[in-house]
Ligand binder design. Structure first.
Ligand code: ADP
Length: 250
């Protein structure tokens, strides 16, 4: 689904990503791990189109998308969520979901005047999808609450919900476990697994929570100094001496 070939990213002379290559298979949940400064966030920025690589190529669903903008990638089904959930905190939880689908006819003044009926129908479809998403995430009871009042874990669930309002195929999750209490963490894991197994989402996670990685992820890709150190199943990667050494040198 995603092919990274010899990616390089330089920041004014400093090489943050240094010849990084790996593939992500359709239907997988890939964990990206590695010590601080390994280049994980920069790699996410390259994959999601927030940065243009200095070198190398990125292919998504067989198409060369190297240097494509995040907007173009979003429309192709590659969606990134952020480490800090960026919900609109004054809007309700339901409104936060309803505003995600791009290019809604009600956004356009002329279509509002000329085809009011179809605008209303479209809005009703979006609202139905938002409610389905809230039911799935077990957030329906907070639908009318301002998103800013949610707990950290609920915000992560909402962030996942926002990706479900798009036609996402590949979802990049930035530290989904960070700041989430254990109960909501189990729920978040369960929802990610259902989205993967039953709804065909492919995920790449930057994550430090080893329990979550062990439960959800295969393969695990460990980066160090801007490139892939080792990739494989959780046990193989965790017990590799080079991985231990990379973390000790952090
Ligand atoms: P990780 O997410 O694995 O902790 P990052 O991708 O954030 O690693 O950073 C990799 C390296 O690139 C670090 O040494 C970091 O300081 C450097 N870096 C990241 N972004 C920039 C930037 N915009 N300008 C200069 N250096 C950067």
């Amino acid at each position: 689904m995603l092919e990274l070939d010899q990616l390089v990213m330089d920041f004014s002379g400093f090489r943050a990503v240094n010849g990084c290559s790996f593939n992500v298979g359709q239907g997988s949940i890939t964990a990206l791990i590695g010590p601080n400064g390994a280049g994980k966030t920069t790699l996410f920025n390259l994959i999601a189109g927030a940065l243009k690589p200095t070198g190398g190529t990125i292919r998504f669903l067989g198409e060369d998308v190297t240097g494509a903008s995040s907007d173009v990638l979003f429309h192709k089904g590659l969606v990134r969520t952020f480490q800090i959930p960026h919900e609109f905190h004054r809007l309700t939880v339901l409104e936060n979901l309803m505003m995600v689908p791009p290019g809604q006819p009600g956004e356009n003044l002329f279509s509002n005047w000329l085809s009011w009926g179809s605008v209303k129908r479209h809005e009703a479809d979006v609202e139905r999808k938002a409610w389905e998403t809230l039911e799935f995430l077990e957030l329906a009871h907070v639908a009318g609450q301002r998103a800013g009042e949610l707990s950290g874990g609920q915000k992560k669930l909402l962030e996942l919900g926002r990706t479900m309002m798009t036609d996402a195929k590949l979802v990049l999750l930035d530290e989904p476990a960070a700041g989430v209490n254990r109960t909501l963490l189990r729920k978040l894991e369960e929802k990610i697994l259902i989205l993967n197994r039953e709804r065909g989402y492919t995920f790449i996670l930057i994550e430090h929570d080893m329990e979550m990685i062990e439960k959800l992820c295969h393969p695990v890709v460990c980066m160090a100094e801007g490139r892939v150190l080792i990739q494989g199943d959780f046990q193989t990667v965790r017990s590799d001496a080079r991985v231990l050494e990379a973390y000790l040198g952090e």
